[in-house]
Design a protein around this ligand. Structure first.
Ligand SMILES: C[S@@+](CC[C@H](N)C(=O)[O-])C[C@H]1O[C@@H](n2cnc3c(N)ncnc32)[C@H](O)[C@@H]1O
Length: 184
């Protein structure tokens, strides 16, 4: 019997190629969920606006978004602070590409392909993360090793276990987003 793309020999069963294609599509957008237990979800506009109000006050701002998605945070911030420098690091191919296209016109925004664990935090005075509970303890170790004294780590929704934040900012949005702020 002829094997079509749709069917295996048993009529009605999906050809395994579809499982492979689905897996590849998931990998393009959700690589982080598969290999780091960090899924893709996007910071909302209210959160980006709240971050912009914080960023507006900071002198010599060098802001890094680790796992930057499609640049939902970086774009409004980079527009609000043309004098400051913004970096986004992303490792899922499709989201990286979308972010690349969206940040193309922003001269103060450095959009990078890469792994957040291989990224040096030393040159940034604000690091922003919207990840998951899974990496927070290990991330805190890296932050303490690398972030300069006086700099700030902001985590959307996921607190660092057993470390009291200096401040919790409550965003006025439907999901009642909390931004956990840690000063180094
Ligand atoms: C919850 S999303 C947050 C996106 C963006 N920061 C925002 O707030 O809109 C987390 C992002 O981290 C990315 N990610 C996961 N593991 C990563 C890693 N090891 N290195 C770089 N990016 C990673 C995922 O692909 C995903 O886009």
């Amino acid at each position: 019997m002829k094997l079509t793309l749709w069917q295996t020999k048993n009529r009605g069963n999906l050809n395994p190629i579809w499982f492979l294609l689905t897996f590849c599509m998931l990998l393009l957008f959700y690589r982080g969920a598969i290999n780091s237990r960090i899924p893709l979800y996007i910071s909302n506009t209210a959160t980006a606006n709240t971050l912009a109000t914080i960023a507006i006050q900071m002198p010599d701002l060098r802001f890094l978004d680790i796992g930057a998605g499609i640049a939902s945070v970086l774009i409004p911030l980079a527009k609000a602070r043309p004098d400051a420098h913004f970096t986004g690091i992303e490792n899922a191919p499709a989201t990286w590409l979308i972010g690349r296209l969206r940040t193309g016109g922003l001269t103060n925004c450095d959009w990078r392909w890469g792994d957040l664990w291989a990224t040096d935090f030393r040159h940034h005075n604000v690091v922003y993360a919207f990840l998951s509970p899974a990496p927070m303890a290990a991330l805190w170790e890296k932050i303490q090793r690398e972030m300069p004294s006086g700099s700030v780590f902001i985590s959307n929704s996921f607190a660092v276990p057993n470390i009291a934040p200096n401040k919790i900012i409550e965003v006025d949005d439907v999901r009642q987003t909390r931004l956990y702020c840690y000063q180094l």
